[in-house]
Design a protein around this ligand. Structure first.
Ligand code: ZN
Ligand code: ZN
Length: 592
């Protein structure tokens, strides 16, 4: 802990040097990434807290870490003795860092921040609040450069081409699509800072970040500009030749801000939600900025037919691996030697046997009994519960295949289950089915569909504390926007081709957790005198445990849905599984 205290002391020295009263650390990277390379694990470096979400603020007298309910216990534990206080976010009486700063600092104070790692919208909401208290926000260099000895460098892994038959559209076609969108705003180009958007628009992939097949870079894409900022050492020779032929300018990653400074008199599209404040502050005085949801993100979210066909292929591979896993569980749980951890490894192992497998899409969550109620559980061999033929097991996992990315959760009975568990499981299932079979007019937003997945739970005074659905990338990030299905407002409507998760759940702390997650794709349904209607098709192919269903709670329609789904799973997987598993598959998908 002395180490953390030393680091904070060193940071306070830097604050003095820069004439600042506080420094705000958003804890992300210049690309607003969810998963971070070691170089950008700044929150962990300065606080010792290793959770995936949290903001750190350091003043001369105090230091605080703000995080949400997933991490309250972990943060308390990891911050012990560090001289950093934990503050709760997303609770009724929360005191967010900006309000805390407004309370602690005198008018006239200065709060520093690195404009690379704070987004434009992030800056605005802070500035708005601090301004009222007479406190100003000040751009600073990256102070970690000064206080972080042996700070890890960015990974130097090679990037590789991701093209036909997997991508569906060539780089040139994607560029033309984007040009068409930019034209609507009269914009010269879009600045691309999000790594999954960059990977998609350039048909490239990399391995700089765990679970996400992306690489560190920036892009400028427009009618006259076609620039990729990436370290030259990462680009194989044959790709350099391609880029030359296609007139793509290659520039070093570190030249990005310098290049922005040279731009004059342009109309430029930026997404304030993902672009670092540095992009805004560098461009705004000499250019005209157009702000909105990233045009690349919107194009990327609506999968083309090749990508959709790929997803269906990936689901078959995933389905075979999941069936192998279910069979393995049945054979091995009785022995009493397996744990949540070994089960997680086994899931990855079965997936790795599939063609086109490129890695897991996130760290698997395997929660037995009371561990199932911890939404973002991360079990290590030391704290993993042993699996027994009793109670229920929740597992949420996914794979990266060249054909597509997967994300699936099942909750299954390992032995005796209670009536309450069956009721809970069935109410969650009803929600999942209700969203799956929803029909809605074009223009409907995810926040308006969210209630469908919760209605059966709400009716019984139950609820879950996470979103219902997130976008899923195509051999890209398992979580992607810009749309979502959750209670929070999101202005992006659900449109045909969008691939998303559908994952209601229910968690009884200290007892068990239930979640059923399928991936779905938005499709056209019908056009009537009242408009154009959309709906969903299910992509995931994995049996749902009927031993956990209370059939009295299912309507005829829901029962039919389940039978049809199981028929589909059986039809698709039967030709693909080894013959020892055919009987098992038939048993798990039999009509009810
Ligand atoms: Zn999941
Ligand atoms: Zn998910």
């Amino acid at each position: 802990m002395n180490e953390i205290r030393q680091r904070i002391k060193a940071l306070r020295m830097e604050l003095l040097r820069h004439n600042l009263d506080a420094w705000y650390i958003p804890g992300t990277d210049p690309h607003a990434s969810e998963y971070l390379p070691d170089r950008w694990q700044t929150r962990a470096f300065i606080s010792g807290f290793t959770g995936s979400y949290g903001v750190v603020v350091v003043t001369q007298e105090e230091a605080g870490l703000w995080t949400d309910s997933r991490y309250f216990l972990q943060a308390e534990e990891q911050l012990k003795g560090a001289g950093i206080k934990m503050y709760k976010l997303r609770v009724p009486d929360a005191l967010p860092p900006e309000n805390w700063l407004a309370k602690k600092l005198q008018p006239g104070s200065k709060v520093g921040f690195d404009p690379q790692t704070l987004s434009v919208s992030g800056f605005r909401s802070l500035d708005n609040c601090l301004n009222k208290a007479g406190i100003s926000m000040v751009e600073t260099p990256d102070l970690f450069e000064k206080i972080w000895e042996n700070r890890p460098a960015m990974p130097t892994d090679s990037i590789f081409e991701f093209k036909h038959p997997f991508a569906g559209l060539s780089r040139k076609e994607k560029r033309e699509l984007l040009e068409g969108e930019l034209k609507k705003y009269n914009a010269d180009f879009q600045v691309i800072t999000a790594l999954d958007e960059l990977a998609w628009v350039f048909n490239l992939r990399g391995s700089d970040i765990p679970y996400n097949p992306v690489f560190a870079g920036y892009g400028i894409v427009g009618k006259n500009e076609w620039i990729l900022f990436v370290d030259h050492a990462k680009v194989p020779l044959d790709l350099k030749t391609h880029f030359e032929k296609e007139k793509i300018t290659l520039m070093p990653y570190s030249n990005f801000t310098g290049w922005l400074k040279s731009v004059r008199g342009k109309k430029i599209f930026i997404d304030p939600g993902s672009a670092g404040f540095v992009v805004y502050s560098t461009l705004q005085s000499e250019n005209k900025l157009v702000e909105g949801t990233s045009l690349v993100a919107l194009l990327k979210a609506r999968k083309n037919n090749t990508e959709l066909a790929g997803f269906r292929e990936a689901m078959k591979k995933d389905g075979v691996a999941l069936l192998e896993f279910l069979f393995w569980l049945r054979e091995n749980v009785e022995k009493g030697t397996e744990t949540e951890f070994t089960a997680g490894r086994k899931l990855a192992e079965f997936r790795s046997l599939q063609n086109g497998f490129k890695g897991e899409s996130f760290a698997p969550i395997v929660g037995y009994k009371e561990h199932g109620a911890i939404v973002h559980l991360n079990v290590e061999p030391e704290n993993a519960l042993p699996l027994k033929a009793d109670g229920i097991l929740l597992f949420d996992s996914g794979g990266q295949y060249l054909q597509g990315t997967t994300d699936v959760t099942r909750t299954i009975a390992l032995g005796e289950v209670t009536e309450q568990q069956k009721t809970d499981f069935t109410l969650v299932l009803k929600g999942m089915i209700a969203l799956t079979i929803a029909k809605f007019p074009d223009g409907t937003k995810g926040c308006h569909l969210d209630v469908l997945a919760r209605k059966a739970l709400w009716t019984n005074g139950l609820n879950y504390g996470h979103g219902t659905g997130h976008g899923v990338g195509h051999f890209l990030n398992v979580h992607e926007g810009p749309m979502s299905i959750r209670q929070e407002f999101n202005e992006v409507p659900i449109q045909p081709g969008m691939v998303m998760s559908n994952e209601p759940g229910l968690y009884r702390e200290g007892e068990y957790g239930i979640r059923t997650e399928n991936m779905i794709v938005c499709v056209e349904k019908e056009t009537t005198a009242f408009g154009h209607f959309l709906g969903f098709e299910t992509l995931t192919l994995c049996p749902i445990d009927t031993r956990l269903i209370d059939f009295n709670l299912l309507s005829e329609k829901e029962r039919n849905w389940l039978n049809n789904y199981h028929q589909e799973v059986r039809k698709e997987l039967k030709p693909l599984v080894r013959k020892e598993l055919v009987g098992f598959l038939e048993e798990l998908t039999k009509e009810i």
